[in-house]
Structures are given as C-alpha cells and as structure tokens.
Ligand binder design. Structure first.
Ligand SMILES: [Zn+2]
Ligand SMILES: [Zn+2]
Length: 394
C-alpha cells in the first residue's frame, strides 16, 4: 500500500460516514438517479472535496426535515458515486481497499434505481499502539478534558468505540457529552454509564425547541437525578439558524434555567447571534451558573459573563482565519474561568477544518490558546482540565 496515512484517514472518514448516514436513513436502499456524474477536479483532491461537500450539505440536518428527503437522497447518492470513483482510482495499487469500498457502497442495482449501502468494519483498522510507560524523569504528557463533544451523533455510528479508544490514547482524560433533545440526552447518559471517562448533560437545544413540550421537559427533569448527568445542556438561543421561533426558543431556555435553579446544576449555553437576549434571560436567574460553550462573542461580552461568575469555553473555531475578535475574547478570560472543547463531530480545528472532529484534535485548540495566552500547552491542558472538573463537580 503506497498511500500516505493521511490519505487513508480521509478516505476512511468519507466511506465510513457516507455509509453510516445512508444505512441510518435509507435502511431499505438508497434511491439513485443512476447517473455517474464524474468528478471533474484534480483527482488527488477527490476525497477531500467530497468530505468538504459532506460537511457543507450537512445531510444529518436535512434528515430532520421530511420535506428535504429528496435532496438528502440526491446528496448521499452523489457521495456514494464519489466513494466508488475513489475505489476505482485505488484499484490498480490497492485492490483490497477498493473491494471493501464496493462491498459497503453498492453499485446501483439494474432496474431498481436503488443502491444498497452497508456499514461495517472501518476501512483501515489500525490496532492502537501500546505506549510504553513513561520513565518518571520525562515531563508529563498533557491530559485533556473535552467539555463538549457529541459522541451520540450518527457520524460516529460506524466507529464509535474505536474513536473513544483512540481519544483515550491521545491523552483525553474526560469528556462531557451534552444532549440536544430527550433522545440524545438519554444516549449521552447511556455513554456516561458505559464509559468511566464520560459524563453527560441533559437538555433541549434551541434547534429542537419547537418539538419540546411539557412531557419532554419532564423527561429532561427526570434525568437530572442521574449521578452521571452533571449539567443541563445544551440550552440557549440560536438566531443564526432560527430553526424554532424565537419566542419558543426563549420559553424553553427559561424553563430549563428554572430547572437549574431548582437542582443547583450548572448549565451549558449555546448562544449563536443571540448575545443580547441570552444575557437578558440569564440575568433573570441570578443563582444559576453556567458556561457559554463554543464562545463567539467579543472580549467585552466575555467580561460581562465572567463578572457574573460564568465560564467561557472555546472550540477549534478560534483557530479559523478571521477569528481576530474571538482571539481578543480568548485572551480576556481569566485563568480560573476558561474551558476548552471540540463540539465534535463539528468544528474541526485548522488544519483539519471540514473533517469529522473528535477529541484527539483538542490538542490543536489547546496549543493554539496556550500560545495566545503566553503559557505552554501542558499547563494550559491541566488548567482547563481542573476548571472543567470544578465546574461540573467531577
Ligand atoms: Zn452548541
Ligand atoms: Zn454542541
């Protein structure tokens, strides 16, 4: 096999993710228009460009909207075509990988207009390398707390356990998996009960606010007694996507802040382009403490929150170009109030932008912020680990 590991990684990510999404949403076969529309760009960019297309189209979001089912099928069909083109390109040097891709991503069955897509073993299974115990005189390795990662997401359906093992090997000591609705909150707590390094939060995301009524709020409240559930989240307002009417988002946000007040649990706030209203609403609950996750505001806004006793958490988005306003905010947060997160599978940091994110990439964000704040990555990892433990009561 002549391909570099990074090429294998990208191909594996494309095939695993495409297969997992197809198998989940089209278990009886994916409708296909049968066209083979070839990729016209630079052949060496075929896989990367298909991955970028996958991220841009967000099929997992389309899947939530029944009226987009046709577009979802067309998007997945094109991704399958790209996977098969990649298999064809591999054939001469690496027939085994080409065979495995074809086994997963079927050709269109003649006459039926359908293709069968199956999940299976990862395309390239690399057994984890046993790391020899570090002699005591070596400097300690960084230990990370990824305070926000969605490991219940369908993008991990193909290789969840392998990924969780891989991030442990990469020095990730703790992970907090938040919920976005009742189902994902249950999935998060399930992960927390089956993995000693995972803790959960339960909550209704602003995107899901329209579908949440009294019974959903009751179910969330019912999960808060679970000792592996350490916070209420993620909750808040998203005026960028506006997937639920703003008054409904605000109402569901307030109801969950009230739950935090009753239980004394901290909250994880998702605030996208809703800074003013978020601040106004949290001020109605002065006893509640929380974190603004994936912070996207200014230094002044961060200071307002810090003054109220709140925490600020940063994702890989600090490493994106044009993040200068965010960099000022990342410098302004005092040591005792800063946390870091991946928001996996979203928001992979540079230079992995556009790929599926996982907690092993947290080290990029950690190193970037450490340099920005004039410290070293090991100390900054330790600081944010301790802050996370204190915040979530772990
Ligand atoms: Zn969020
Ligand atoms: Zn999130």
């Amino acid at each position: 096999m002549s391909a570099a590991p990074s090429t294998n990684e990208a191909l594996s990510s494309l095939v695993d993710r495409t297969a997992a999404i197809c198998a989940r949403f089209f278990p009886d076969g994916l409708p296909s228009n049968g066209s083979t529309s070839p990729y016209l760009g630079d052949p060496s960019r075929l896989v990367i460009s298909a991955l970028e297309y996958l991220e841009k189209k967000e099929p997992w979001t389309m899947a939530k909207h029944p009226e987009q089912r046709g577009e979802l099928a067309a998007t997945l069909d094109l991704l399958c075509t790209r996977c098969l083109e990649a298999a064809r390109a591999r054939e001469p040097d690496d027939p085994e990988t080409a065979r495995r891709i074809r086994e997963r991503i079927g050709e269109v069955e003649a006459g039926s207009g359908m293709r069968r897509v199956r999940t299976g073993e990862p395309l390239f299974y690399t057994p984890p390398v046993e790391s020899p115990l570090a002699p005591p005189d070596l400097p300690s390795l960084p230990r990370y707390f990824d305070t926000h990662a969605h490991y219940d997401d369908i993008q991990f359906d193909g290789d969840r356990e392998e990924t969780l093992k891989h991030i442990r090997d990469a020095g990730v000591e703790l992970v907090l998996v938040p919920g976005c609705d009742v189902k994902s909150s249950l999935a998060a707590s399930q992960l927390a009960h089956t993995h000693s390094f995972i803790y959960a939060a339960a909550g209704i995301h602003p995107h899901e606010a329209s579908g949440a009524g009294e019974s959903e709020l009751r179910e969330i409240a019912g999960m808060l007694g679970d000792l592996r559930v350490k916070a209420i989240g993620e909750i808040g307002l998203d005026y960028f996507y506006d997937l639920a009417p703003r008054d409904v988002q605000q109402q569901i946000f307030r109801r969950q802040l009230a739950l935090a007040q009753e239980t004394g649990l901290p909250v994880i706030v998702h605030d996208r382009e809703a800074h003013g209203d978020c601040l106004k609403i949290i001020d109605e609950f002065p006893d509640v403490c929380g974190v603004f996750h994936c912070f996207s505001g200014s230094a002044e806004y961060a200071e307002e929150l810090v003054r109220r006793g709140w925490f600020i958490s940063f994702t890989g988005s600090v490493t994106f170009k044009k993040a200068s306003k965010l960099l000022l905010a990342a410098k302004a947060v005092p040591d005792e109030r800063i946390m870091i997160e991946t928001d996996s599978p979203y928001l992979a940091p540079e230079p992995y932008r556009g790929r599926r994110n996982d907690s092993s990439m947290l080290r990029r964000t950690c190193a970037f912020l450490a340099e920005l704040r004039g410290t070293d990555p090991v100390s900054f990892a330790e600081l944010t680990l301790e802050n996370g433990k204190r915040f979530f009561g772990i």
